[in-house]
Design a protein around this ligand. Structure first.
Ligand SMILES: Nc1ccn([C@@H]2O[C@H](COP(=O)(O)OP(=O)(O)OP(=O)(O)O)[C@@H](O)[C@H]2O)c(=O)n1
Ligand SMILES: C[C@](O)(CO)[C@H](O)COP(=O)(O)O
Length: 226
């Protein structure tokens, strides 16, 4: 069976405006460690040959110095500075990717991703070119515009998660496309390049810490998992 280099680009270059905390949310405490520590740990434990590219705001490189060394002993970690948007941060991270690899792009603020989901994404991307985790919608949804709103069939929609995982020969050329504000995730960029997107079952616990309540929920979920 074919195996490939595994490179996780963990994007943590944002400022966390919706969280409203004094420091960006990726550095906040979650069960005694920074949120970002948990995220990196999830990838390092999934495969012994994982390589990490960590994208951070340049002004916050010092925030990881006290603890990043512990990962360097088990996986090579390369620090890269973030960009203006998530798209630009991923693009900066991709400069570290050369040669054939399976590349995971993961939000630094999704610390609860499981080993089994990372491995399922790797296997599917290796076979199909891409793997995007999704979960079902639990609430009813409505489409709105300037004129009003209308019910839509939620069975037609999925909630998109990370790690968004690709063969490097799909992902690298796609990120040469000019930036479009619709590029809120990597699947959108790769699809624009003409590739098909393979969905895999995600996890309800793989939450993105966006607002203060999410940090409380992540703390409770972490206790449950451990
Ligand atoms: N220029 C950016 C913007 C976002 N991200 C990262 O992309 C992930 C998902 O983005 P989001 O939750 O929106 O984080 P922020 O941009 O920090 O939050 P906000 O939109 O509330 O400011 C986060 O890990 C964030 O650090 C990034 O690497 N570079
Ligand atoms: C990539 C993502 O997490 C998939 O749900 C999401 O699109 C990130 O959006 P954000 O506005 O940058 O948090």
């Amino acid at each position: 069976m074919e195996t490939r280099r595994k490179i996780a680009i963990i994007v943590a270059g944002g400022s966390g405006t919706r969280m409203g905390s004094a420091i960006p949310k990726q550095f906040l405490d979650l069960a005694g460690k920074p949120v970002l520590w948990h995220t990196i740990h999830s990838f390092v434990r999934a495969y012994s040959d994982m390589e990490i590219v960590l994208v951070l705001p340049e002004a916050h490189f010092d925030y990881v110095t006290p603890w990043l060394g512990e990962f360097n002993t088990v996986a090579p970690v390369t620090l890269v500075k973030g960009g203006e948007t998530r798209f630009h941060s991923v693009k900066n991270g991709l400069q570290q990717v050369d040669g054939p690899a399976v590349v995971f792009v993961h939000d630094g603020v999704r610390p609860l991703v499981s080993t089994s989901l990372i491995q399922a994404c790797y296997e599917t991307a290796l076979a199909e070119g891409s793997a995007i985790p999704v979960v079902d919608m639990k609430d009813s949804i409505r489409e709105t515009d300037g004129r009003g709103n209308r019910a839509v069939d939620r069975e037609k929609y999925k909630i998109i998660q990370t790690p968004q995982t690709f063969l490097s020969e799909w992902l690298l050329p796609a990120f040469a496309l000019p930036y479009d504000p619709l590029f809120t995730d990597e699947a959108t960029v790769v699809e624009r390049q003409g590739h098909s997107i393979q969905l895999v079952p995600g996890e309800d616990s793989n939450i993105k810490i966006t607002r203060p309540l999410d940090l409380t929920i992540a703390g409770a979920l972490l206790k449950d998992i451990q």
